[in-house]
Design a protein around this ligand. Structure first.
Ligand SMILES: [Mg+2]
Length: 166
């Protein structure tokens, strides 16, 4: 299922190393917010994520935020981490990624999308044809039945892939 599987998996965004990026020629990152950089709907920036962002910036990695969430949710967080952003990006439509790549001023082949959801981040990145990294959600959402269903399907895809890689 090539459209459902990322280029590679990491547990947390902070587990992505400069070497992971350099070995693939990646110089720019398109970052999801909810459950990738912080928990769902939160404005809290944890120390480890802040340090990871600083490390990437210091190494010259260009970054921008591409989120499906509302402007009022995305803008304050993007400002907090000093990055430009697209809200309501309609992932899995590739439009938000397209805009993000243009904003970074890099080639598509030099950019990677990072996100926690197969049905938005991973399919969108694959449709657009860029490298993508799937991270595990920081915290499972509660009270969202549709998202819970998507999480169950994601888990199956992940376990199937793990079985193939083993
Ligand atoms: Mg997300």
């Amino acid at each position: 299922m090539p459209f459902l599987t990322p280029t590679f998996y990491k547990n947390r965004i902070t587990d992505i190393t400069l070497q992971d990026l350099e070995s693939r020629g990646i110089r720019g990152l398109l970052l999801d917010v909810d459950n990738t950089l912080t928990t769902h709907g939160s404005q809290v920036l944890s120390d480890d994520v802040r340090e990871w962002l600083d490390r990437m910036k210091a190494a010259g990695i260009r970054m921008t935020v591409v989120s499906n969430s509302w402007e009022w949710r995305v803008k304050p967080f993007a400002e907090k981490i000093g990055l430009r952003h697209t809200s309501l990006s309609c992932k899995p439509s590739p439009i938000g990624f397209w805009r993000g790549v243009r904003r970074l001023g890099l080639k598509k082949s030099e950019c990677a999308a990072i996100g926690d959801q197969v049905f938005t981040d991973i399919i969108g990145a694959n449709l657009y044809g860029i490298t993508c990294v799937q991270v595990m959600p920081i915290e499972m959402e509660t009270g969202k039945p549709f998202l819970a269903l998507k999480r169950r399907i994601e888990k199956r895809i992940y376990e199937k892939r793990k079985g193939q890689d083993a």
